[in-house]
Write a protein that binds this ligand. Structure first.
Ligand code: GLN
Length: 260
């Protein structure tokens, strides 16, 4: 953290705000403030240069056309790449996960080059995965099940430098390419360097406070266990409800992609 204020970036919300993922930054700010840590949200629009010195970066999901505008902006402005090289934490959701990879192909079969800072490639599944997504975290420092809502047509394949964020208990996660057999252990998300990416909307940090604190601690260069515990009963109730919904109700069958 550069000074005493935690700066939380929301990048390109006009194109990556479709699924309410800007709420992730609000959760980070609120969890910091409740511990007496000064925190502020910095909104970076398409027309703005991307600062490379923010403490945490958040990127949300978006529809295919909006997503390609975001991809073009992020390729033209190296601010985010410099921030990641300096190991500033970055949370990327769904469309952003795809954009940070080598390339993705949208539902119209147009191949769009990405930033290549995640060792992943995305192709259309030919259907849409929509519904509750629950995973068991696979990275050190996270112990609680992750819950979110997925809504995507892309399937993301991880290369050797990328690790998954969680093992899928319910839902699709990173998905499967048409014709490929379903993996024995389906996974969701990507972890590589200071980047955590997932297909979970929700916003994911509202449903998973442990993940929010993981990012705050990473930005402050401390262990999450050094952060004062916060007891927020409504968050516990929300987690119980959503985990229950994902485990008990049948997963919404993947739909034909209406964009295809
Ligand atoms: N347009 C992308 C897809 O359908 C991402 C969607 C999203 O961000 N929810 O795969």
């Amino acid at each position: 953290m550069s000074d005493s204020t935690l700066s939380i970036g929301v990048l390109l919300p006009e194109v990556l705000g479709t699924y309410g993922d800007t709420g992730n930054a609000v959760v980070l700010r609120e969890r910091a403030r409740r511990r007496g840590i000064d925190a502020t949200i910095v909104t970076v629009s398409l027309a703005d240069p991307i600062p490379s010195g923010l403490d945490i970066y958040t990127l949300g999901g978006g529809e295919d056309v909006a997503q390609s505008l975001a991809a073009s902006k992020l390729r033209d402005d190296d601010g985010l790449v410099r921030a990641v090289e300096a190991e500033h934490p970055l949370l990327a959701i769904c469309a952003s996960l795809q954009v940070l990879g080598h390339s993705y192909r949208d539902a119209r079969n147009v191949r769009v080059p990405g930033l290549g800072i995640l060792d992943v490639t995305t192709e259309p599944q030919g259907r849409r995965s929509i519904g509750e997504l629950i995973t068991e975290p696979l990275i050190e420092g996270l112990t609680q099940r992750l819950t979110g809502f997925e809504n995507h047509g892309g399937a993301t394949i991880l290369g050797p430098n990328a690790r998954p964020l969680g093992a899928v208990i319910s839902g699709s996660g990173n998905g499967v390419l048409p014709g490929d057999p379903a993996p024995a252990t389906p996974v969701d998300g990507v972890v590589q360097g200071s980047i955590i990416a997932t297909y979970m909307h929700g916003p994911v940090l509202a449903r998973n406070p442990e993940l929010a604190d993981y990012l705050i601690a990473q930005a402050m260069g401390i262990s999450p266990t050094d952060l004062k515990e916060l007891n927020i009963p409504s968050i516990d109730a929300l987690r119980r409800e959503r985990l229950d919904a994902g485990l008990t109700s049948p997963t919404t069958p993947a739909k034909e992609d209406p964009h295809a």
